[in-house]
Ligand binder design. Sequence first.
Ligand code: FAD
Length: 344
Amino acid sequence: PPGVIEADAVIIGAGPVGLFQVFELGLLEIKAHVIDSLGAVGGQCVELYPDKPIYDIPAVPSCTGQELTDNLLKQIEPFEPTFHLGQEVTKVARRDDGRFDVETSTGTQFITKTIFIAAGVGSFQARTLKVDGIEVFEGSQLHYKVKDPAIFEGKNLVICGGGDSALDWALNFVGKAESVVLLHRREDFRAAPASVAKMKALCDDYEMQLIIGQATGYEAGDDGKLSQLKVTGADGVTRRVPLDMLLVFFGLSPKLGPIAEWGLDIERRQLKVQNTEKFETNVPGIFAVGDINTYPGKKKLILSGFHEAALAAFGAAPYIFPDKKIHMQYTTTSPKLHKVLGVE
Ligand code: FAD
């Protein structure tokens, strides 16, 4: 069918291991498509600790999560991977011809000979507000991220959360929105102390308001629109806060999500691999590498994931080149590898 991408290899997850999988496949002349639910590559390294140094990457005494990611991107450049970001892989199904149908949340479709699941701890999703029924306003008046800041200008905003996202957006909208109320369940904030100080100063100047409490319910107007948030304070009293828009920043939590439905052997939220020779799952042609897999002795380290990616690439090659004998070669000395790396 038109629009369907035919591929030799699809990598699910653009964390460090998914990125290095591109490299190992590239050396074997296998081109890869890489899909990630996040809008940026780097997985946990970029999402959870971009500025923290990592000390146990072989031959790299120290580099931050972001630096590791930037270097991996540079290293895989010769292999021209195609990235499909901001979309979660929702469907994986085996076809009669032995290949796989893969589909993402935004409707991108692939037919691929092999799949490498490098999905880490699962796909990161925004933690939702637990108020019965409020989900009907998602996308209209309830938002977990800011795509277009303009839609919040001139509006009465309630912003929930105590981390950097909540504080940064609250500070950003002061002066642009009609009113800004920051709602946090306790006095402690996870956000940068400077932002917290700035927020408190703005509250003292009546430029915005801080409420300590939790959203416990809501009220809708005759037009069906969300009109008031019920907020229960530490004193147990529930107050009503009128609003036009509700922004919630409770952080991201990883979810195994759709991966659990693809017929793969799962043990304690991890994919079991058949052996440590190929890191293939119970479904031939589907490999699992990095934090998502499990086998006796597994250690969730980046360096282990890199090794797994190398062996998985060799394990997968026969599905793509059934008649070719695959030899291991050194990047230092192999003219063929120099050619694929573009360093002739
Ligand atoms: P991840 O980095 O988790 O990336 C997986 C990616 O897959 C994510 O981007 C996710 O969005 C995506 N994904 C998942 N499911 C789907 C789906 N269905 N569709 C599309 N995309 C999907 N390790 C070390 O070796 N040394 C250290 O010093 C070190 N320090 C750490 C410090 C912290 C604070 C943390 C949290 C971890 C640390 N780690 C360290 C662990 C290291 O970050 C992980 O081992 C590594 O990130 C695993 O890489 P990965 O590529 O397997 O998975």
